[in-house]
Design a protein around this ligand. Sequence first.
Ligand code: OGA
Ligand code: MN
Length: 230
Amino acid sequence: MKLLLSVLKRTRKAAVCASRQRCLSSCARGGLILLRDEALIVGSSPELVQRLCSQVEVRTGFITEEEEGALLRELEPGLKKKRYEFDHWDDAIHGYRETERVRWEAACEEVLNRVRSVAFPAGSPLLGPVHILDLDKTGYIKAHVDSVKFCGNTIAGLSLLSDSIMRLVKQDAASEWLDLLLPRRSLYILRDEARYNFTHEILKDEESVFNGQRVPRLRRISVICRNVPD
Ligand code: OGA
Ligand code: MN
């Protein structure tokens, strides 16, 4: 049980996002279909967005409502037995409970295989257990980089129950940043430079504004696959 969770030691870096220059077109929400994935990503400059676009992906509607329901049915009983952690202030995550899972029932396994096949090169060895992180409505993830010792070059996560905003900030240049809108039931993928040289964080509800648009953050469960380092 402690296997994966104990190795997911997150190195923490304060990321101050000072001057923000919104550069891409605004995102159409509220029932409108997002036609271009670029609308899910805004950044400090068009050059940065361009440079990272092969390393950062957000795929909307990656799972159906039924598949989200199947994942929740599988995960809720175990999660409900745990209490949300609020008091570890120096930890990278606030207001969360987490678990990991190796065996899944068929419908869930099929979803995870789809995640694996789009996010990782064929044959790339993955961390066996899938990581599940349940953020309370008041919970959030501070800026951090996943441990390079235990996680490889790719992180792929499904978002259940809530939209959210993931912010990436360049470690040695806080003025370089990307905001990703992660709609409920989407898949995000971070690779290479975006994974190693940028911190990532999930904004708290009060700060959850994407490109000028408020994005209410409710309870959110993420289902995260990682590969192992070379
Ligand atoms: C983590 C993390 C992101 C997410 O657990 O290290 O960054 O989508 N999670 O929950
Ligand atoms: Mn992380």
